[in-house]
Design a protein around this ligand. Structure first.
Ligand SMILES: [Zn+2]
Length: 114
């Protein structure tokens, strides 16, 4: 439950703030919410974690689709923003790259790829 609330709060804050916060705020809100959920679950072991899966495993897949999948501007691969290791900031926007090679290509000449 809390993870959903956090995500929505993050989305609201992110879209109001703009820039990289569009991605960071929902992720942070979701993370904090998830921590809250885990605390709740610890006090109610009968549910055995099923709540977490029902809450966020299925419910938000469609809504998250647009935001959680990003394109590597260099090679065009789809990147999962939650797991992306290679990032670059350019003109206030965050770009996610699939590899060190793409990251350095992008940083060498960002204008070429956007
Ligand atoms: Zn790439």
């Amino acid at each position: 439950m809390l993870c959903c609330l956090g995500l929505f709060a993050g989305l609201a804050v992110g879209s109001a703030t703009g820039g990289p916060w569009t991605f960071i705020a929902p992720a942070a809100g979701f993370g904090f919410g998830l921590l809250g959920d885990m605390k709740l679950l610890r006090g109610d072991r009968k549910n055995n974690g099923s709540h977490g899966a029902g809450c966020c495993g299925v419910g938000h897949m469609g809504e998250e689709g647009a935001d959680s999948r990003l394109k590597d501007p260099v090679c065009g691969k789809t990147i999962e923003d939650k797991t992306a290791r290679y990032r670059a900031m350019f003109k206030g926007n965050a770009y996610y790259l699939c590899s060190f090679e793409c990251e350095s290509s992008f940083k060498d000449n960002p204008e070429r790829y956007i």
